[in-house]
Design a protein around this ligand. Structure first.
Ligand code: MG
Length: 355
């Protein structure tokens, strides 16, 4: 059998000549020969299976550069590459779906809170970090500014302190950026992906550092919350203390499934095992939320060095009693120390005030 014209080959492969010209140009599927007289492209019939594969990969949305790489692989490796591609598409789609959901929530709640949020607010803040009474090193970070509040708890051992510092550093870059509240979430999601990569790069042959991260980034009267791991965010509003985050711990998954109750989880020897952390394995998935900053709100961000030893009732009374964020941070660290302070303590308190 001789060579086929582009039209005949396109019919045989189920592609258009236009698509074939594009694939030739980007090096995905080159013609077998070009007629030196007429300039016509000619294809070998044995190229049909490859052309069909390219068409199928295009149908699942794979970019041409990736298709070129897949076409050079043996079938087993190609199958793996397609699986990896599809996993990535699913992760990206889930992340976009989450952002879209948050955007919808934000847009629909807008009218309800507009009377209280429709003014300028400022934030008064304080941050404190304490090694505690038992550990001889500190892997926690507490950070606070007008725009950003953050705590991170790095794993014990080499690289833990660098991991928590890198996680907070990735967010401080966003303090200078400004834009609509919804952009905050997109920026935060991007910063967390960057931080995850930086933390993974801290790995040595036998050790992978990891860290939690819980942070609030403010833009005007909006606060974007990002959370991974078992550091926590609480809100004291109208005389009630609520927990805004969910611990990404193994014991919490057991509580959610009804296998452990709250007290058993708190006393479990594996209560600190994280199921999500920066540097923790597969691409990290952070919880994201958008909140309205209302005058009178008091936020608390802290590591498990505080919340695991000071119960909710005590947190509430110390937070409610403190005159300002500095006193609150000092009193909370004092409470943790009074409870034995077996772990590092990171603590940020911030008040939203009308200006
Ligand atoms: Mg800790």
């Amino acid at each position: 059998m001789g060579l086929l014209t582009i039209g005949a080959f396109a019919r045989a492969a189920g592609l258009t000549p236009k698509a074939l010209r594009l694939y030739g140009r980007v090096g995905v599927l080159a013609p077998a020969a070009v007629d030196s007289e007429s300039g016509y492209r000619l294809y070998d019939p044995r190229q049909v299976p490859l052309a069909r594969l390219v068409a199928q990969l295009r149908r699942i949305g794979m970019p041409l550069a990736q298709i070129r790489a897949v076409c050079e692989l043996e079938p087993a490796a190609a199958a793996q590459a397609v699986t990896a591609y599809w996993r990535q598409v699913s992760v990206d789609t889930a992340a976009r779906a989450r952002l879209a959901g948050l955007l919808v929530d934000h847009l629909s709640e807008g009218s309800a809170t507009v009377s209280r949020t429709n003014r300028t607010v400022a934030v008064r803040y304080a941050a404190g970090c304490d090694t505690g009474a038992v550990r001889d090193s500190n892997e926690d970070v507490a950070y606070a500014s007008e725009r950003l509040l953050a705590v991170a708890d790095g794993v014990r051992g080499p690289g833990g302190a660098a991991a928590s510092a890198a996680a907070v550093d990735a967010l401080t870059a966003l303090e200078l950026a400004d834009g609509p509240a919804v952009d905050l979430l997109t920026m935060l999601a991007g910063a967390v992906t960057d931080a995850d990569r930086v933390v993974r790069e801290l790995a040595t042959d036998d050790h992978q550092p990891a860290t939690t991260l819980t942070a609030l980034l403010r833009s005007g009267t909006h606060l974007a919350l990002v959370h991974v791991g078992d550091t926590r965010a609480y809100l004291l509003r109208d005389g009630e203390l609520s927990l805004l985050t969910q611990d990404h711990t193994w014991v919490q998954t057991q509580v959610d499934q009804g296998r452990l109750d709250r007290d058993e989880a708190g006393a479990h020897p594996q209560r600190a095992v994280l199921v999500r952390a920066l540097g923790g394995g597969q691409q990290v998935e952070a919880d994201l939320a958008l909140r309205a900053a209302l005058p009178g709100d008091r936020y608390l961000l802290c590591s498990d060095g505080l919340w695991a030893v000071v119960d909710r009732v005590a947190l509430f009374s110390t937070l409610s009693a403190a005159a300002d964020p500095e006193h609150a941070v000092r009193a909370l660290v004092h409470d943790a120390r009074a409870a034995g302070a077996p772990d590092n303590i990171a603590c940020v308190v911030a008040d939203v005030v009308a200006v």
